[in-house]
Design a protein around this ligand. Structure first.
Ligand code: FE
Ligand code: MN
Length: 351
């Protein structure tokens, strides 16, 4: 029995040994058991193990200092707007990533260890969405305002519509990865979510909040964002391994025209993100203004493109070098002197 003949076979031969060809990323049996043993893609398993080691819940972070600061008159109008617009994007943006996994890509990624990771990631996206509910609740914010910004603030609506159109494409009833065009559409979805949404859109949002955190402002939200950033670093790495492996295994799909389209997508995304930064920082706040975000977004866009084998488009410098420190410090003592980066649980049970 082969499961890779286009039409998946769902019959079960108990004496059959699983071979590596039965475990392809795309176009294997969609409803067989997840046969983890033997592992084929060690990278997928490793991302899964790393994700699990980073278990956390938003409610473990104290918001007391944030509540006091938020209720005081010490934050400027610009800082308040920045925080609100930031929460407005993430509160619903995280759920779009979870939905794309569960509703769109999971059924097409048929490799068991990759599916194992996707199940873990979907849970993390739920935790991230939970975080924004918890922040609204703790600070006594108008949750309706925060969670409705994707409809009411154009710069957020534009980013969300951009990625949602990619989910819709995969959800079309006649979508399949059995054709070259289908795999190309699938890669567009993965680039849209892993590279653009999680790898570009999220990172300028992280800069905004972590830069306040560096100034000792809203440190509870800052700590939540450090946890989220740690998770997102793995999401991004998984996505890049996934895209590169699909490319390797289906080399004919990586045409010059697909590469041009992906580069154009990233360029559009960069413009969306610059508009969003202008919207969050109309007058700038200490150490941050929309111009710096233009450089930052272009800088990370170049890095992401190189990782999937596309040429750089901008050659901009990183205006926030401290961000790479923040990302690299996940396993070391951290300079924010919060406990986040040392905090990993291997599953502790107390009876
Ligand atoms: Fe997330
Ligand atoms: Mn994510």
């Amino acid at each position: 029995m082969t499961c890779c003949s286009g039409q998946p076979s769902e019959s079960h031969d108990l004496n059959r040994k699983v071979n590596r060809d039965d475990k392809r990323l795309l176009n294997c049996s969609a409803v067989d058991v997840n046969q983890l043993w033997p592992l084929k893609y060690e990278w997928a398993w490793e991302h899964y193990i790393n994700g699990c080691a980073n278990n956390w819940m938003p409610s473990e972070v104290s918001m007391q200092r944030d509540v006091e600061l938020w209720k005081s008159s010490q934050l400027s109008a610009g800082e308040r707007l920045l925080i609100m617009r930031n929460l407005g994007f993430f509160s619903t943006g995280e759920s779009l990533v979870g939905n794309n996994i569960v509703l769109a890509i999971f059924r097409h990624i048929t490799n068991p260890e990759a599916r194992q990771y996707l199940l873990r990631q979907a849970f993390e996206e739920a935790v991230h969405t939970h975080t924004f509910h918890y922040i609204c609740e703790s600070l006594g914010l108008d949750g309706r305002e925060v969670f409705n910004m994707y409809r009411e603030v154009d710069a957020i609506a534009g980013k969300d519509a951009f990625v949602m159109s990619l989910t819709r494409q995969i959800l079309a009833p006649d979508f399949s990865t059995a054709t070259l065009e289908g795999i190309q559409d699938f890669i567009r979805n993965l680039v849209g979510f892993y590279v653009i949404m999680e790898g570009i859109f999220f990172y300028s949002g992280f800069v905004m909040i972590l830069s306040l955190h560096r100034r000792n402002l809203m440190t509870g939200i800052g700590e939540q964002f450090q946890y989220i950033l740690r998770d997102e670093t793995i999401h991004l790495n998984f996505g890049i391994d996934l895209i590169n492996t699909i490319k390797e295994e289906n080399s004919t799909v990586w045409t010059a025209s697909l590469q041009d389209q992906l580069t154009a997508m990233v360029r559009d995304a960069v413009e969306y993100e610059i508009r969003y930064a202008q919207d969050c920082l109309p007058t700038g706040v200490l150490g941050l203004n929309a111009g710096l975000f233009r450089d930052y977004v272009q800088y990370i866009a170049d890095r992401r493109m190189q990782r999937i084998g596309l040429p750089k488009a901008y050659n901009s410098q990183n205006p926030f070098p401290w961000m790479s420190e923040t990302i690299d410090l996940t396993k070391e003592k951290n300079f924010f002197e919060t406990r986040v980066t040392e905090y990993q649980t291997g599953g502790t049970l107390a009876w």
